[in-house]
Design a protein around this ligand. Structure first.
Ligand code: 13P
Length: 249
């Protein structure tokens, strides 16, 4: 039985006033839900510490949206996985399509970041997903398969690594992949993982991301190979995110 992970990615949104959403999320979800599932918020780094304080005692986990592959050094503006773990964070997202696009991050870079995350004791949430052009050209599985194989860190396991499938065309667009497309892709990703690390394939968690909302979450989260959600826009408002957590059952 895979434990569901419902993760909010705030992206570059949120100032100190937004911390009230974390307190509100704790009020709107019950302790049982937070015990049954992992509930995670990844705020911008400026709010990471205060978010951890706001979440204290609630069971809500706080993570980061990116890290550098190196442990320390001359990398102005960057933050290492060790620094995130030193802050008490539990998870870090790596290889989000916005970082792959905005910062030209290759799967090799993503793998190095995920490796650093594991080394620092963080859970790495490794993102993969095809563009609309790639899907329309019938290349979605080829692209995603390549990303999975090249981005997962060596020696990954279900405890330390989570995969997030986020089709680029569904992010922030209001377009969601159909449940059957999502199930087909998640099952495909699991088959790729099985070829990479036989024992972990049935245990590894695969999240879906891309316009997950209170209205479509239950259907997506009920799919056999969907083990949670990575939520952007709808994670910014506690009541919406709480509904998505509830939809996990
Ligand atoms: P939206 O939920 O806003 O589509 O964003 C998804 C995402 O990119 C989460 O990482």
């Amino acid at each position: 039985m895979r434990r569901k992970l419902i993760a909010g990615n705030w992206k570059m949104n949120g100032v100190r006033a937004s911390l009230s959403e974390i307190a509100r999320l704790a009020e709107l979800t019950d302790r049982d839900q937070r015990r049954r599932h992992d509930v995670l918020i990844c705020p911008p780094l400026t709010l990471a510490w205060t978010s951890a304080l706001a979440a204290l005692g609630s069971g809500i986990l706080i993570g980061a949206q990116d890290c550098h592959a190196n442990a320390s050094g001359a990398h102005t503006g960057d933050v290492s996985a060790n620094m995130l773990s030193d802050l008490g964070l539990s998870h870090v997202i790596v290889g989000h399509s916005e970082r792959r696009a905005d910062h030209a991050e290759t799967s090799a870079v993503v793998k190095a970041k995920a490796t650093a995350a594991l080394g620092a004791g963080l859970v790495a949430i490794v993102c993969v997903g095809e563009t609309l052009a790639e899907r329309e050209a019938g290349k979605a599985e080829a692209v995603v398969g390549r990303q999975v194989r090249a981005s997962l860190p060596d020696g990954f396991d279900a405890r330390t690594t989570v995969i997030a499938y986020e089709p680029v065309w569904a992010i922030g667009t209001g377009k969601t992949a159909t449940p059957s497309d999502v199930q087909v892709m998640h099952s495909f990703i699991r088959s790729v993982v099985k070829r990479m690390a036989r024992t972990e394939a049935s245990a590894i968690r695969i999240l879906y991301g891309g316009s997950v909302k209170p209205g479509n979450a239950a259907e997506l989260l009920a799919l056999p190979d969907v083990d949670g959600a990575l939520v952007g826009g709808a994670s910014l408002v506690a009541s919406d995110f709480a509904s998505i957590v509830k939809a996990a059952g």
